[in-house]
Design a protein. Structure first.
Length: 391
């Protein structure tokens, strides 16, 4: 039941076989704002990885069944009549399950018989299969080992895999969500008897808008960590001011920018101070992050001399940034949302060694997730940027 990274040649052969039989509709073109095309049917493919290491999760009334069923029901509620959810098993191939969700979950224990799993093959299939109207969801324990014994080398291969796919799918976005579930079976590698809760992970691949919607569904079981990744977004904005001479298109005219006296700003009245303040409305509908993440000032960088006083959601996916400075000058204000740090839960979830993993940890998970993260971080150090021109 060893989870390992496959060779490049075997990965390419596997993908050739998969896409010869892949049941999908015509691939639509990518659109610039990375959102799905409206009024087109959507396809959500759910895949449970069916190696023997997953068998123990599906004994009795385990949490993994409740969580998968919860996602299925919440996704179904959001669907239009023409949308489709498919149920599948995945390993060295894809097996479609034609019956309903309850029987799917009830039969999964018996289907978890594969002797090993090639993680990179599964991730390749999930990435290749998603597009503007297709989202792929993979459920697995994601234990990660390497034939070479080097997790760093295996992680580098994962980075290359994702980097290559991002070249052909510029909107590829991912959510990685950790949950805990009862486990009663054999832990692999080693086939060690295990009867204690273990982590499992839900990976969601697709367009940022759809991935965000699924990742933020109201699931009853609380997750233990979430990582959202997408290519860098360059955000459009609107300057909010009652003083027309202060605005020239998307630029601020510095000589017309008055010190704050509690006037000239339409969002809210500012306290009197010896500073210049302006409100910027930004459309963040293309950003995968949640509202709580977006409004957290600590996640941003802004150029010297400027401060983000507050960030508030205005309406729908539009946010108002209140920016202040003591001395504006021609140039620009650059607001960056940083992608420089992985969340602590990934370190806390990592296990390296033999035998049963420590509580709430997964073998090699940090190297696997870091491999994915590096593909995005190597491309850009930010989730998104807002660049405001000053004249």
């Amino acid at each position: 039941m060893k989870k390992t990274i496959a060779s490049i040649s075997s990965c390419l052969l596997f993908l050739t076989m998969i896409f010869a039989v892949w049941d999908c509709t015509r691939q639509p073109k990518q659109i610039k704002d990375n959102s799905f095309v409206e009024n087109k049917s959507k396809r959500i493919n759910v895949y449970i990885e069916n190696s023997g290491s997953m068998k123990g999760y599906f004994v009795g009334n385990s949490q993994i069944k409740d969580i998968i069923k919860d996602y299925y029901d919440r996704i179904s509620e959001k669907q239009d009549n023409q949308d489709t959810i498919t149920l599948n098993y995945i390993n060295t191939g894809i097996e479609n399950y034609e019956k309903d969700i309850k029987r799917y979950l009830a039969n999964t224990q018996a289907r978890c018989t594969a002797s090993f799993t090639k993680i990179d093959d599964i991730l390749s299939t999930a990435m290749k299969g998603c597009n503007d109207t297709t989202v792929n969801i993979v459920v697995s324990d994601f234990c990660f080992t390497s034939n070479d014994g080097s997790l760093a080398m295996a992680a580098s291969g994962i980075t290359s895999l994702f980097s290559e796919q991002m070249k052909s799918n510029s909107g590829l976005s991912i959510a990685i969500i950790k949950y805990m579930s009862d486990f009663k079976g054999k832990f692999f590698p080693g086939g060690i008897p295990c009867n204690k809760p273990l982590p499992f992970y839900i990976w969601i691949f697709g367009n940022a808008t759809e991935v965000k919607q699924i990742a933020n569904l109201p699931i009853k079981n609380e997750n233990c960590g979430k990582l959202l990744l997408q290519p860098k977004q360059f955000i459009n904005y609107r300057i909010i001011s009652k003083k027309a001479r202060m605005i020239d298109g998307d630029a601020i005219i510095v000589k017309e920018w008055d010190k704050n006296r509690g006037r000239g700003f339409s969002c809210s009245r500012q306290e009197d101070s010896d500073e210049y303040v302006v409100n910027i409305e930004a459309d963040l509908s293309s950003v995968i992050l949640s509202e709580d993440e977006i409004v957290n000032n600590q996640n941003y960088k802004i150029n010297d001399g400027y401060t983000i006083k507050s960030i508030k959601r205005d309406k729908e996916e539009k946010y108002v940034y209140t920016i202040s400075t003591q001395k504006p000058s021609p140039g620009y204000i650059l607001i960056d949302y940083s992608l420089d740090i992985l969340p602590q839960w990934i370190d806390d979830s990592n296990y390296v060694g033999t035998g049963l993993p420590k509580d709430s940890t997964t073998l090699g998970i940090k190297d696997l997730i870091t491999g994915v993260y590096d593909a995005y971080h190597n491309n850009s150090k930010e989730y998104f940027s807002i660049k405001i021109t000053l004249k």
